[in-house]
Design a protein around this ligand. Structure first.
Ligand SMILES: CC(C)(COP(=O)(O)OP(=O)(O)OC[C@H]1O[C@@H](n2cnc3c(N)ncnc32)[C@H](O)[C@@H]1OP(=O)(O)O)[C@@H](O)C(=O)NCCC(=O)NCCS
Length: 426
């Protein structure tokens, strides 16, 4: 099997939705990340054979964001592109799909990543209102056009916004995380401590310049008078006391999940350049890492929604032929502190292994101190479609920095899904 090399990865700084990128679309952000990735990688754009991008809340006008990125970044128009949606694991799916093309020998140079703008979500009209509009468009004369609206009632004027909720269970991600916190007895204090650590580590990584190879500067179009040099959600002054005072959001009476220990609604994009090892070496590129294995899995969303990584991890480890103890760098996506702590609890439990995973032994113990050494999605932000690409890049750069051989990425996703990816240094 040819190995798949990750040449480099890059992301825009992440921004709280409605702030620095309030007037940009996911496409704008994706174009910025891909253009600069190509420039920094010094590849000939003609050699790119496919662009694959993750996006969770697609634009109604340009749903295939990957192809639009090709057309909007000056890449040769002959390069095809397609968009994948696998909730928060979308960029991981894009990377896995790119790797599969390379494994098969169908391509040797692919760009994969993801983008999201939660500042630019489609606002829909009710079905009645939409029917009235299409009826009016077809009707002849003013009376006919006005007549098309006769069945419209005031409630039909209320816009329909996308909810971050499971259509199967009806619960939002936050409510599902509350359920996990309660069932696994994850205390408010443990969640807040974890969130604080995320901010402190992200702040330290930013001030030490750790992200300079993976984070670009955005001069925000169209006026170009705002310059975004780093993530704007990190709170370097966060304290446990301030976190402990925040009111629970998803279960106001008995809950423990707050704005402080949840990932925030975020805008941003991230991309990686993948090549076959053979091509990378022949052309003198120095890969930051290699994808050794990956596994996607799903659990019953009516059980504990965000436990997907627990199911994916043992499969990815088996496919890589290594054990959890061999891994030196671990990045777990932080949808909520309660979710990460619940994932870790289940991974270490023999009872869960036997009852839920059909395995005799637990997946393994993960020391919460060892994960997300440069902060995670709680502090950095979580543009749904982009996060997987950010994390893969961070793990590879950490492997380079620390000299560790193996790295691990886990991401939980809506629908009860999860992914684990094993990366290696050389
Ligand atoms: C939790 C959520 C509803 C909060 O949204 P919000 O109310 O817009 O959040 P804000 O950033 O305004 O924070 C609310 C308050 O908490 C405070 N706060 C947030 N983080 C804090 C921290 N680390 N320390 C201290 N205060 C903090 C803010 O300052 C703000 O205070 P204010 O009201 O006095 O201004 C939103 O982020 C959310 O829905 N997150 C989950 C996203 C999700 O489901 N993702 C899917 C995961 S897979």
């Amino acid at each position: 099997m040819p190995r798949v090399a990750i040449i480099r990865g890059l992301r825009t700084p992440f921004a709280k939705s409605g702030t620095s990128y309030a007037r940009l679309t996911a496409l704008d952000l994706g174009k910025l990340a891909v253009s600069e990735l190509i420039e920094r990688s010094e590849i000939d754009p003609k050699t790119v054979q496919e662009v694959i991008f993750g996006n969770v809340i697609p634009s109604v006008k340009a749903p295939n964001i990957a192809r639009e990125i090709v057309l909007g970044t000056g890449l040769p128009r002959q390069i095809p592109g397609y968009t994948v949606g696998k909730a928060c694991a979308s960029a991981n799916q894009a990377i896995a799909a790119a790797a599969d093309m390379i494994y098969r020998g169908y391509a040797d140079t692919v760009i994969a990543g993801g983008s999201e703008s939660l500042s630019d979500v489609p606002i829909l009209f009710s079905r009645n209102m939409a029917e009235a509009f299409t009826g009016a468009a077809k009707a002849k004369g003013v009376a006919g056009k006005l007549g098309a609206f006769k069945r419209v009632r005031p409630k039909d004027l209320v816009p329909d916004t996308p909810a971050i909720a499971e259509s199967a269970t009806g619960l939002t991600m936050g409510e599902s995380a509350e359920k996990m916190a309660k069932e696994n007895h994850i205390s408010r204090e443990a969640q807040d401590k974890f969130a604080l650590q995320s901010h402190q580590r992200a702040a330290a990584a930013t001030s030490s310049g750790r992200f300079k190879d993976e984070e670009m500067t955005v001069v925000v179009p169209p006026s170009y008078d705002t310059i975004v040099e780093s993530d704007n959600l990190i709170r370097s002054d966060s304290t446990l006391e301030a976190l402990s005072k925040l009111r629970p959001v998803f279960d106001r009476k008995y809950g423990t999940i707050t704005a402080g220990n949840s990932s925030p609604l975020t805008d941003g994009a991230a991309a990686v350049l993948l090549m076959s090892e053979e091509k990378a070496k022949a052309e003198g590129f120095k890969p930051i890492g290699y994808l050794k294995s990956y596994a996607f899995a799903a659990t019953d969303p009516f059980d504990q929604l965000l436990q997907g990584p627990v199911f994916a991890l043992p499969v990815a480890l088996e496919r890589a032929g290594i054990a959890l103890k061999d891994i030196g760098v671990i990045e777990m996506h932080e949808a909520f502190a309660a979710q990460v702590l619940s994932n870790i609890q289940w991974m270490g439990s023999k009872k869960i292994a036997q009852e839920k995973l059909g395995r005799s032994e637990p997946v393994g113990d993960i020391d919460p101190e060892k994960i997300n050494r440069t902060g995670g999605s709680i502090a950095l932000g979580h543009p749904f479609g982009a996060t997987g690409s950010r994390i893969v890049t961070t793990v590879c750069n950490e492997l380079q920095r620390t000299g560790e051989q193996y790295g691990l990425v886990t991401v939980c996703a809506a629908g009860g899904m999860g992914v684990a990816m094993v990366l290696e240094r050389e």
